[in-house]
Design a protein around this ligand. Structure first.
Ligand SMILES: [Zn+2]
Length: 327
């Protein structure tokens, strides 16, 4: 069935988006999205490789620039957020199978300098759910949250909904419950180090930017969007030798303006060579912006996820909604 769907849709380039693969209990992630185990990931790979041939960024760039045509069904695996498991678990598996990969990292987090505010929220929820919270701590936490929640469940839900603009609230609550994010960074080392990234590059990985510290782009001004994009790309350029300027939007590119794309792809002074979103299979008016399929939204089999994606895309063609238009 998938074979016919690929053929009918003409969407021959598959861009799966993952963050992590792990058999451990990842407290900083478990409240945010599902984590595929090594076994599940190998199952994904085996299925994908039955239908798609791995390609690297060069081939993808070539096809986007219309220099070469991708003739076969092709796949490029991508991993966001620069987590250590990319080096420890994912790279050895992919190396064995000779599969090229693109990773997208946040320049504030590389080398475990800082922790993504959403990971802080997930850790905090684990702490609140599993440790005894005193009455006064409870009241203190509740008073810091906008809706003054009156149960642990609502507190956790509210913490998980805190956005980039209000992220300092997470640090304030951390003080109340003595949760030390620096200690977590030091002992768990959740992120890749520059040295590990160097060794991944030697293995054939491509490295791109994923903003400085992972804001929702719809939540920040145009100037902040440009700053987050250019500065993170510049950092990658200064620290790693990469052929292309690659950028993956943190969270979503939803509501990012036409002006933003015109600026990063301006013909005189392009900031980005190729960019990535995560809206599933969709077409873009900006041909250098490619949409990927997020895989970690459920524990469904990759076969189910892909069939659903292709059917949704074909459905959108019928109602003329397959192309993302930006204002
Ligand atoms: Zn991300």
């Amino acid at each position: 069935m998938l074979k016919s769907l690929i053929h009918i849709s003409g969407k021959r380039v598959l861009l799966p988006l993952y963050h992590v693969v792990s058999d451990s209990d990842l407290k900083h992630i478990k409240n945010l999205y599902t984590v595929r185990t090594t076994k599940q990931f190998i199952r994904d790979l085996d299925f994908i490789l039955k239908h798609f041939e791995p390609v690297n960024i060069d081939s993808l760039m070539g096809s986007v620039n219309n220099r070469t045509k991708i003739k076969r069904n092709s796949v490029l695996f991508t991993f966001d957020d620069g987590l250590r498991e990319v080096h420890d678990i994912i790279a050895p598996i992919l190396k064995q199978k000779g599969i090229p990969v693109a990773i997208f990292v946040n320049t504030d987090f590389i080398d475990n300098k800082n922790l993504f505010y959403r990971y802080k929220a997930s850790l905090m929820v684990e702490e609140i759910k599993t440790k005894e919270i005193s009455k006064s701590q409870f009241n203190d936490i509740s008073s810091k949250l906008i809706n003054n929640p009156n149960s642990i469940n609502v507190i956790c839900e509210t913490i998980l909904n805190i956005d980039y603009k209000n992220k300092s609230v997470i640090d304030e609550i951390a003080k109340v419950i003595n949760l030390d994010f620096d200690e977590f960074l030091e002992t768990k080392q959740p992120y890749l180090t520059s040295l590990q990234i160097d060794s991944l590059i030697k293995q054939g990985f491509s490295v791109g930017a994923h903003s400085i510290d992972h804001p929702e782009y719809f939540n920040i001004t145009y100037d902040e969007q440009i700053k987050q994009t250019t500065e993170s790309l510049q950092w990658i350029k200064n620290n790693f030798k990469q052929k292309y300027n690659l950028f993956a939007f943190p969270f979503t590119d939803n509501c990012v303006s036409k002006q933003f794309f015109e600026t990063i792809y301006s013909s005189e002074n392009p900031i980005v060579d190729l960019s990535f979103g995560c809206a599933g299979i969709k077409d873009e008016l900006f041909t250098k912006h490619l949409q990927r399929i997020p895989i970690e939204e459920s524990h469904q089999s990759i076969r189910k996820i892909l069939i659903k994606e292709y059917l949704a895309y074909l459905g959108k063609i019928l109602i003329g909604k397959n192309v993302i238009r930006r204002r």
